[in-house]
Ligand binder design. Structure first.
Ligand SMILES: Cc1cc2nc3c(=O)[nH]c(=O)nc-3n(C[C@H](O)[C@H](O)[C@H](O)COP(=O)(O)OP(=O)(O)OC[C@H]3O[C@@H](n4cnc5c(N)ncnc54)[C@H](O)[C@@H]3O)c2cc1C
Length: 342
């Protein structure tokens, strides 16, 4: 039987919901306290968090709720800053990334032991009771413990239009953006085993699919025949540029002067750590280039934790928040336990 009232909400409930929303909007707004984006006149903290996006703010919230004196230093360059809408993070599905971060900052700022500084940390050295951090603007701070929540920096191949379209129509993850573009003329930029894995994955979201190897294919014969059996084209012509306007691609232009129309392109691009500071302090990286952490987010250096994209290949806001929360809680536990050994 067909339900004409929609799948989840009937007219009566809808009216009640609108009424509740109107009442909520009429209530006085909880104003952020003085420490929002302001520095207190302090040089010494219990914890400095470098990187104040989703992972760093989640760690700061856990530590703020433990009444720890925390400084969050953030350069304000989150990796998803160009994408119009963020998806797949429960309660914030379809919300612009900057709005999620602003809401998070506002909530963390409610904890008056947490301070914020917009700056880049450029030096980090071990000192007798912890670490000293120097910033681009020339400030110096010390802390007993450090959390790196610094993310990663994407490295694009030399294809014109790629960086401009990143997060708009050139996508890294189908769970983040695949639903919105399902069924569209889609490409995957990749080759060999990783290209095969990605195009097989994306075939779940669209039947209209081409693998662009950008030069000679390194697929095995078995992989190529599997793709052909699933009607996935393989295009080997070297790519010159993506035809795009405001990040929305319309075609791939090849070096031979020809073009192929396309609406969406998935690509797994290379990355580097956003900052060398963890490595300069001795933190080990794993073979893939992520900061090595245990399941409590501890790095290989005592007193230093890492969370978010810099230490995980599960690149989602949800994972950044989960690992940031873990880092904050476990670091606080470590500090409590240390006090009991004194
Ligand atoms: C284009 C794109 C779209 C995405 N879309 C989605 C989506 O729809 N849904 C989803 O769940 N995930 C999405 N992601 C993944 C998600 O954005 C990341 O997993 C998440 O941002 C990781 O959070 P993070 O805090 O670890 O790092 P980031 O958000 O990258 O933030 C790192 C922060 O650290 C700061 N920093 C780095 N070095 C220093 C330093 N030396 N000093 C001071 N500050 C420093 C940076 O300025 C930045 O503010 C997307 C990613 C990309 C690239």
């Amino acid at each position: 039987m067909q339900n004409n009232e929609g799948p989840n909400i009937c007219r009566r409930n809808f009216i009640i919901l609108i009424g509740k929303a109107a009442i909520t909007l009429a209530l006085p707004i909880r104003l952020p306290p003085q420490n929002l984006f302001k520095m207190k006149n302090e040089q010494n903290y219990e914890v400095i968090i470098i990187g104040g996006s989703y992972a760093g703010l989640a760690a700061a919230m856990a530590l703020g709720r433990a009444a720890r004196r925390v400084l969050v230093i953030d350069g304000r360059q989150p990796c998803n800053r160009q994408t119009p809408y963020s998806h797949n993070f429960i309660t914030q599905d379809g919300v612009p990334p900057a709005i999620i971060a602003a809401k998070a900052r506002e909530q963390v700022a409610m904890y008056d032991t947490v301070s914020f500084l917009t700056d880049d940390a450029e030096q980090a050295v071990k000192v007798p009771n912890g670490f000293e951090i120097g910033t681009k603007s020339g400030s110096r701070f010390t802390a007993q413990k450090l959390i790196f929540a610094t993310g990663i920096a994407d490295q694009f191949p030399a294809i014109e239009g790629m960086a401009a379209s990143w997060g708009i129509s050139v996508l890294h993850c189908p769970y983040c953006h695949g639903y919105e573009v399902k069924g569209q003329a889609t490409g995957v930029l990749g080759n060999g085993d990783s290209g095969f894995d990605m195009v097989r994955m994306i075939s779940h979201w669209t039947p209209n699919l081409t693998l662009f190897t950008n030069g000679k294919s390194t697929l095995t014969d078995q992989q190529a025949s599997l793709l052909s059996r699933h009607q996935i084209d393989i295009e080997t012509r070297p790519i010159e540029a993506l035809q795009q306007q405001f990040g929305k691609i319309s075609a791939i232009a090849f070096k031979d002067g020809t073009q192929k129309p396309i609406e969406v392109l998935y690509a797994k691009v290379d990355f580097v750590q956003h900052t060398d500071l963890p490595v300069s302090l001795g933190c080990a990286l794993n073979a893939s280039g992520y900061i090595q952490v245990d399941d409590l987010q501890k790095t290989s250096v005592p007193g230093i934790y890492a969370c978010g994209d810099n230490s995980s290949r599960m690149r989602t806001v949800a994972n950044a928040v989960a690992t940031g929360t873990t880092a904050g809680m476990m670091l606080n536990k470590e500090m409590i336990e240390e006090r009991f050994t004194e």
